[in-house]
Design a protein around this ligand. Sequence first.
Ligand SMILES: [Zn+2]
Length: 647
Amino acid sequence: MSQPRKRSGGPVRLTTSSATALRPAITSEITGGMWAHRRQINRDVSIPAGWNRLHQAGNFHNLELAAGRTTGDYVNDLPFLDSDVYKWLEAVAWAFADPALDSSLADLLRHWLDETERLLRDAQQPDGYLDSHFQVRFPGERFVQLKWGHELYCAGHLIQAAVALHRTTDDAGLLEVARLVADLVVNTFGMQPGKVDGVCGHPEIETALVELYRETGAEPYLAQARYFVDRRGHGLLGDGRFGRHYWQDHVPVRDAASVEGHAVRQLYLLAGVADVYAETSDAELLEALKRLWAEMAASKTYLTGGIGAHHSDEAFGDPYELPNERSYCETCAAISSIMFSWRMLMITGEAKYADLMERTLYNGLLAGLSLDGQRYIYSNPLQVRDGHVARGNDHDYERVEWFHCACCPPNVMRTLASLEHYVVLGSDTRAVLHQYLSGRYAAGVAGGEVWMEVATDYPWDGTVTIRLAEAPAGRWELALRVPHWAEQPTLTVNGTPVDTALTDGWWVVSREWNGGDEVVLVLPLEPRFTVADPRLDVARGAVAIEYGPLVYCLEAVDNPGHRLDDLTVDIAVAPKVGPVNDSLGGVATIRTAGRVRPRTSASWWPYTSADARARDELGESVALTAVPYYAWGNREPGAMRIWVPTT
Ligand SMILES: [Zn+2]
């Protein structure tokens, strides 16, 4: 059966009264380039494999138990296994809007979707309650284990899946299931007598409830999201194993000065706060959002856009505490950072939010997935040492097919499947292209719809050609983002150089446009060395190699014969683009000059006098080869590093 493709909106669809500077595109389609390829693998390999992996891991079995269809024990000790099914369902929902979805795969996905929907209906209790962990392991116990129970977190992911499916296919079946859950949440939680005054240990329901409000127009969902935002930070959850900061219950978000605690919890919460702000215009929330994003970006974000410095509690560390080999950088944290930044971009119209989105997409997120779409990594290190011993930890240094705690894989799937929505925005006066992905996009301005056809080989080439297939009459602005790293970009309209000032990261051309007008933006791409703030101790005296939006790394396999920790980079010699590496999907390599550091001053332990170290020779010259960080770990295991000491 063929799929209806409603194509009305992505993960965020604003209301007419939303307080944002920019609105999502009217329609979007990625048609070529690196991301189209990654989305094809996601659609044709990762998502179909997800069905099998979720069955093998017991997620469906647990729902079958809740539905009374089978017998046995709940598989896995984690309470949030349902959420993996929901994130996968959301990915399936977005895939239905992909024009390149093959009809036989569409039929198969539809079949799986129908089966899952029947299963969820069977498992759902008459009053709407649906959570296999509690139904099977703690029957009758509801909303009493809010610290670790994840009931509202799971509900949030169900709601997002249902909204996505409704948007892409008109299918209201899953939305009915989700609304029953949401109505139960609305009727259960609040400060009125007889209600539970509480919040979930893992934020997620906030952003989901706002989106359900946007989809249905039912205001109680928005009020409930606002309640959850306002009640967090008052100690309702108590201390738990990692303290109140872990679940952001130490201070109300309005008063928070810094991002704290579990990174994914913090950023899902802030995405939800941004949604609540957008629908309520609560200025205090906006001030908090700006403050917290700025603090995170300035001192708690890795070069890759990765977030989270602590393994023990998957959490933010202190300012500038960003260790390389023990970076946490959970793939889900990269995704939640993109969710937060995208909402801030819409709310404020400021380019810096799109800059961080880009950096995180190309590096922190994409490294979480193998090139073949079959394996995932949970924590993304910036360095793997020579002599590293794999110790069998799920969360360590190597991509695997699935995890005991499998939050990341379906999160990657839903993000890639909806990626086309993260490219173009618009307002009454302006059409905004903020990410450079080949495709067709339409933004609404006051005079009508602006249809852009974008062609580019970015990030391998910095030329972006935008043809206006349709241009409404009257004067309006086309805004193109110039990334913070771009030097001497050029812009032409119909071949004529444009003399217009670059303002806060945007190149804005205001004129009366005609259909067929062609705009060419050139972002000159040269490999470059990047240094870190001196307070970032682990990168002091070292450089990273970058090329356009890509962070590069050294891998042992490309630099044979040496230990990576003996290599230094000679920054007096400019790095150059090297041969294309086809085994990594056609990536550009970067060549740079370096040295092999001698060990003349080494003693029986790793310390020596500063005078002796100062007399060390530079060491023999060596040519170093770097590859994009996102492609690391796709060949034989070995050392890897992003920050390399200078010669
Ligand atoms: Zn995760």
